[in-house]
Design a protein around this ligand. Structure first.
Ligand code: IDP
Ligand code: MG
Length: 160
């Protein structure tokens, strides 16, 4: 019980994962979601969404001086994306490992980008790079009440 109370008070780490328009168009939605599901993280939010330009610009604001920024915004707004919030201890860094390096040609086989993509400008998936950015990005892409409050029956079989 104490552990449950502690868990309730403590903020569990969350990350924002997004299947980019190329992942949706190429029919990789199920495959990509499946990798996070199988790993054992908890799905807290999920939606198919057409991203407006200003949201894409806000999401990637740290890159706005980069030469590829306009193309990046066109890419992210070129079709629907799948927005997800995943939760679990260490989920931010672990999700980055599952996703693989930014350049898919450098991403290890076994990672999402290593297995499913060839170009940085079409690298199928986004993952937050820090717990703070996880919080920030989930706040940007999801409205109040869009995240589900639930517990998975698998938890006792994943966490001792
Ligand atoms: P990340 O997605 O692995 O965190 P970031 O450096 O944060 O990589 O860049 C964000 C996104 O911007 C990349 O996933 C990719 O879609 C795009 N991007 C980054 N660098 C380049 C580039 O050199 N050319 C084209 N697109 C790029
Ligand atoms: Mg990044």
């Amino acid at each position: 019980l104490l552990r449950k109370i502690f868990f309730f008070v403590q903020e569990v780490e969350q990350t924002y994962i997004m299947i980019k328009p190329d992942g949706v168009q190429r029919g990789l939605v199920g495959e990509i979601i499946s990798r996070f599901e199988k790993k054992g993280f908890l799905l807290k939010g999920l939606k198919l969404f057409q991203c407006p330009k200003d949201l894409a610009q806000e999401h990637y604001k740290d890159l706005k001086e980069r030469p590829f920024f306009p193309n990046l915004i066109d890419y992210i707004t070129s079709g629907p994306v799948v927005c997800m919030a995943w939760e679990g201890d260490g989920v931010v860094a672990s999700a980055r490992k599952l996703i693989g390096a930014t350049n898919p040609l450098q991403a290890e086989p076994g990672t999402i980008r290593g297995d499913l993509a060839v170009q940085t400008g079409r690298n199928v998936v986004h993952g937050s790079d820090s717990p703070d950015n996880g919080k920030r990005e989930i706040g940007l892409w999801f409205k109040e009440g869009e995240l589900a409050q639930w517990e998975s029956v698998q938890t006792p079989w994943l966490i001792e």
